[in-house]
Design a protein around this ligand. Sequence first.
Ligand code: GLU
Length: 387
Amino acid sequence: MFRLPPRLLRSAAPWARFSSTDALSTLKPARTRFAPSPTGYLHLGSLRTALFNYLLAKRTGGQFLLRIEDTDKKRTVEGAEKSLFETLRWAGLQWDEGPEVGGPYGPYRQSERSALHQEHARQLITTGHAYRCFCKPERLQALAVARKRANLPTDYDRTCHSIAASESASRAAAGESHVVRLKAPDQYPGFHDVVYGHITFTENARAHSLGSFEDPILLKSDGLPTYHLANVVDDHHMQITHVCRATEWMPSTPKHVHLYNCFGWTPPEFVHVGLLQNAQRGKLSKRNGDVFVSEYREKGYLASALNNFVALLGWSHEQTSDVMSLKDMVERFNTERLTPGNTVVNFEKLDFLQKHHVRETVGAGGAAAEEIFEVVVKQVSETYGDK
Ligand code: GLU
C-alpha cells in the first residue's frame, strides 16, 4: 500500500481532472515544465515525469518547458546538462521553451535568474513573511546539539527575527553574511492535488510553542535561492499552469502554496505522481535493472518503446492495446487515469513493448528501420564475428 509522506494527510475527492473523453477544443492549453537539476544522467523516473508533462501540454495544445534548476552549485555535475538535452531529444520530447531554444519567459536556467529571486526575497522581507538571519553555522550547530540533548525539536530558534528592520537592512548593506528565511506559519495551507485530492500538512504550532521554527532558507548566503523560492517564483513568472512531478516533492508543496499566498499569486494545479519501485517495494536501483535512460538506449531499446513503457507506470488508458506511439499517447493522455500510489516496475513489459515497436518500425521502413538493421548487424558481428 502506498503511504503518503509522513507529515501529509489525505482527504476529500480528486479535483480539476480531465478525462480522455474531453474534447481537445474545450481544454485550456496547459503550460507545463520539466525542471531537472543537472546532477547526473536522466533516469527512468525523470523520463516519465518529463513525458507526462510533455503529454499534458501537447494534449491540450499548450507548451512544454524545460527549466534547469541549477542553483545548488555543489550538486551540479559537469556535462549533466548537455546529456540531459541529448537524451530528451532522443526520446522525442523537444521542449517548446527552454535552454538552446529560448522563449518569451527566459532565461531558463535558474542560475541566470538570481536577480529576480533576490528581488522577491526582498519583497517577502518587506511584507514580513521572511527575515534575514545572520546566525553563524557554529551557533546553529551548537543550538541543534543543545536542543537535541534537551529532547526538543532541533529547528531554528528564530533569534534573528527580532532584529529591527533598519538594523537588519544596514547589516546586510555593510556586507554581513546572512541568509533569508521564510517565517513559517503555525499551519501551512492545504492544497488540491489532481491525483491525490485534498492534502493538508501537519501543523507547526506544537514545535513553535517549544521555540523551534522550521523557517526554511529561501536565499542562501551566496545570494542564490533555494529550491522553494526559485521554483515558485519561476513557475509563476513562466506562467506554468500545471506542476506535474513525483510525490517526493509533495512535502514541499504546502510551503510553495504558502509562498504563492504571500505573493498574492494563484498557485498552479498540482499533479503528483507516485514513485517507481522495485518488486520488493524499494527504490529502483542498479541491482534491479538499469536506471538510466542512456543505458537502455545503448542496449538498443527504441525511444518509442521506452516512452510507452514509462507512460504505463502510473497511467492507464481505455484502449485494448498497450502499444502506443508518442502521437497515440498525446491523443489519449488524461490526468483522470493517473493512479495514486507508487508503481512497481515490471521490466518484462519493456521487452514486450520493444518487440512490438521494433516490428512496427521495421514494417514502416525508412531511416528508423535502417537504424535498427545497423544495430542488429553490429550486435551479430560483435557476438559471432564478421564472417
Ligand atoms: N529540481 C527539482 C528536481 O530535480 C524539480 C522538482 C519540481 O518539479 O518541482 O526534480
